[in-house]
Unconditional design. Structure first.
Ligand SMILES: [Zn+2]
Length: 241
């Protein structure tokens, strides 16, 4: 944990967000579920900015084909569990924070992320996201969703009890191929994960965020960004009445 003089490392961001916000980041707990392109970038940004406690969940190992868009990993990490490789790298970025790696699927480890302040989505399939959404809604934990395919990205924040949940606007019927099977433009991953990081910071500091109850859709080939309001579905099987 960092106190007093240790806060000086955040000098440039303190000038923007202020000391009180920085202390909220220090005292907050974030779970990142899925440590691929989205999750590893979010983890890197949150660790560097001083979020005090990160739980990283991933069952997979680093592959050479990950490294083009997952800068937490390098060639020496190939075949290592992502959660472990990521936690080792994050401790080099910021040794003052706590990082808990969980090598496994979140469905089998939900009890270990029950007491976090924010859940960040780094998953790669709709079915897994819908499970995570249902868990977050049930435990009333803010949930930052993102997905990327090709040049396109989506980001939304779900505040249980206040906004639409993922199930309100996303059905499971689309099939369940991994998005990365269709190819991913790395800058689109960086864009989506940067917005996820900023949403997370905003929730921790303000209790809400610019994309709460909204869906951002962007095209990284043209830089067109579009934000739409999401309505709660009163008959949603997850969050409905
Ligand atoms: Zn819903």
């Amino acid at each position: 944990m960092y106190y007093g003089p240790d806060l000086l490392r955040f000098d440039r961001q303190l000038l923007v967000i202020g000391r009180e916000a920085q202390l909220k980041l220090r005292d907050s707990r974030v779970a990142i579920v899925g440590m691929g392109g989205l999750g590893s970038n979010v983890a890197m940004q949150l660790a560097a900015m001083g979020v005090g406690h990160l739980t990283l969940v991933d069952f997979d190992e680093v592959e050479l084909t990950n490294i083009n868009r997952q800068p937490l990993y390098d060639e020496s990490d190939v075949k290592k569990p992502k959660a472990i490789a990521a936690s080792q790298k994050l401790m080099k970025i910021n040794s003052k924070i706590e990082v808990v790696p969980i090598v496994g699927r979140f469905e089998q480890n939900t009890y270990r992320i029950e007491n976090v302040d924010v859940i960040v989505d780094g998953l790669d399939s709709i079915s897994a996201r819908l499970l995570l959404n249902a868990f977050a809604v049930k435990l009333k934990i803010p949930y930052v969703f993102a997905s990327v395919e090709g040049y396109y990205g989506n980001v939304s924040t779900i505040l249980p009890g206040k906004t639409a949940c993922l199930r309100c606007f996303m059905k499971s019927g689309r099939g369940d191929e991994k998005a990365c099977a269709h190819g991913i433009y790395p800058p689109a991953v960086f864009m989506a994960s940067t917005i996820e990081s900023s949403e997370t910071i905003s929730i921790i500091v303000n209790g809400t965020s610019p994309l709460a109850g909204k869906l951002l859709v962007f095209d990284a080939s043209s830089y067109v960004f579009d934000v739409t309001n999401l309505k709660r579905n009163p008959s949603c099987p997850v969050c409905g009445d």
